[in-house]
Design a protein around this ligand. Sequence first.
Ligand code: ADP
Length: 465
Amino acid sequence: MIKTRPHSSRRLVAVSNRTSFGSPSAGGLAVALSDTLAETGGLWIGWSGKIFDMPRRRVHLTEEGGVSFALIDMSKSDYEGFYLGYANSVLWPVMHNRLDLAVFDSDYLAAYTAINQQFARAISDQTAPSDLIWVQDYHFFLIAKQLKDAGCHRQTGFFLHIPFPAPEVFRSIPDHRLLGEGLCAYDVVGLQSPHDCKNFTRYIQEELGAEQVGEERYRIGDHTFTLRLCPIGIDAESFSQSATSDAAENAARKLAKFLGDRHLIIGVDRMDYSKGLPQRFEGMATLFDKYPVLHGSISFTQIAPPSRSVVEEYAQLRQQLDELSGRINGDYGDLDWIPIRYLARGYERDELAGLYRLARVGLVTPLQDGMNLVAKEYIAAQDPDDPGVLVLSQFAGAAEQMKEALIINPHDRDAVADSVLTALNMPLEERKRRWRVLYDGICRQDITWWREHFLSAFDSAPAGT
Ligand code: ADP
């Protein structure tokens, strides 16, 4: 039995596919984890990012910025089966409700199980029973169960960054019970939204016979775990400061030169089929179609760098967006007006903050999203005296917190078009009122709140059950 001490006095061990090693300035999550890891003399276990032709899963121990790292190499076949296969071609599409894109292949599951096992072994070798093990995301559903099966007693937590779909959808994964039981073997499970919690509890109750034994407590067999609603946040104050940095102002100045006196509508996403980009472009076409008065007076800029472009679906999406933006510009553009600008590249955080601040409308319309941090960044970057308006998909986890945004159905082109018009016409006083509520919310439930809210679940969870 593990003795429970407050989480703050225990060593934290983070486990995730990618770590911050080699890019210590990377995003909010990396910073939030690194801070606690550095404070508690912690360890971060993850993939080294290296792929070898021959089977080779060596663990390298190293250190950076006061944090220890255990980095695991992968073979080419591990990478193909575990990462491109099970993670990207089974879990990502199914959890985002895209069963049509899922490829069920038993070799993928074998690779997924083997890599989870490899990580479990590294945890067992590199940690002590008093450590807190915090596993991030869908790459590692199986680790807690594998640790138990190996007789390695650790307190383990798991946070799912992506949505948990309806049980009917989750059940279509041939190995769903293995995954569901894997999740329930953790001591703490964190999910992004009330909707995810509902889906998850319905699944474990209907399918695994779980019984609710406390407000956040569920029991399956002789194991009891805590389910914690824990929406991830951003470092709102620091992001807000970034929006007035030199780099932000330079980026905004460049874009403003092109804009002239037109209003900017901005979209910023990884290029992923879950982000609803074609639907968004169609929504903008509907806007231009329905409201010719707007021609020449607004400009939509979509920033979407290719991601996972090795996978076929991403190449198709890229082609679809190229065609759509070409068609819309051809149909509606003029000698002195390009309605849609589509930039297939990434920008630095400060530059993005400057672009968000310049935009009168932030268009965030994923078809399915665990949280969507762009929505929060857009709000953080606004000028309090002249804030823009957030148009947000009802299917982003963020919509359950950010109710003062204009919430829309991203499949409904008219709703996208009409909400952009509403945002453009919104009086300053209403923009300020909505923005203030949203900004206070993202400051209150920021990334530090998220980390502490998750980790404090260990304090109330009886250990070793
Ligand atoms: P996801 O995790 O699915 O990509 P989120 O919206 O939650 O979606 O997080 C995306 C993160 O990536 C945000 O911090 C955002 O600033 C960053 N990002 C998205 N698009 C770009 C881009 N074009 N250039 C740089 N960063 C980007």
